[in-house]
Design a protein around this ligand. Structure first.
Ligand code: CO
Length: 200
């Protein structure tokens, strides 16, 4: 007997429901994907890309990691961006963070967490860039929230400085890079107003 039987059962029911609502959906989708969006988000189980923007399979290319970080030497994330931009030709890259991010909080707590501290170091670098602003926020929860926002803003800048995105813009390929943040408490997204559409 298969383990996690209930998950296979849920999968079967879901596939039947989708097929009943839209006959031929899976067969058609199996032939190609043509998503307009690349989503770079946090791995947090409460921030599932497709669900929170209510888009079906085939509509969003997704990369998630702890605290939605884009690092210039991370071949995993860079490969996703390259494929999305050069092959799929997505029109929008969305970096989506969220308030209450455990990765962002851990980067601020001065405790040892093991290997992940090497990853969180990148968020500490963001803190250092904005130390004057962040240190001036006396309420710790508000300071964490602001770092969640600033982390998104810096990751948008990192996406914009990748060779793939710069090359796309040089060629005149339409490509927008957005910074959004998600509220766990009400399920709503906010646009942080840092959309980039080319090299200025
Ligand atoms: Co998170």
């Amino acid at each position: 007997m298969k383990s996690l039987q209930h998950i296979f059962e849920k999968n079967r029911v879901w596939a039947e429901k989708v097929e009943a609502e839209q006959p031929g959906f899976f067969e058609q989708l199996s032939k190609q994907q043509n998503p307009e969006y690349l989503w770079i988000g946090c791995a947090d189980s409460r921030v599932p890309a497709n669900e929170i923007i209510d888009l079906p399979p085939g509509e969003v290319f997704v990369h998630r990691n702890i605290a939605n970080v884009v690092i210039h030497t991370d071949l995993n994330c860079l490969s996703v961006i390259q494929y999305a931009v050069e092959v799929l030709k997505v029109k929008h890259i969305i970096v989506c963070g969220h308030y209450g991010c455990g990765g962002v909080a851990a980067s601020m707590d001065n405790k040892e967490h093991g290997l992940i501290d090497n990853w969180l170091r990148h968020i500490q670098d963001v803190y250092r860039l904005y130390a004057a602003e962040l240190d001036a926020i006396t309420d710790l929860a508000a300071r964490k929230d602001r770092l969640c926002e600033l982390n998104v803003i810096e990751q948008v800048a990192n996406v914009c400085s990748t060779t793939m995105v710069r090359k796309a813009w040089r060629k005149g390929q339409p490509l927008h890079v957005h910074g959004w943040i998600y509220h766990l408490e009400d399920g709503l997204l906010n646009d942080l107003g840092v959309t980039a559409t080319g090299m200025d």
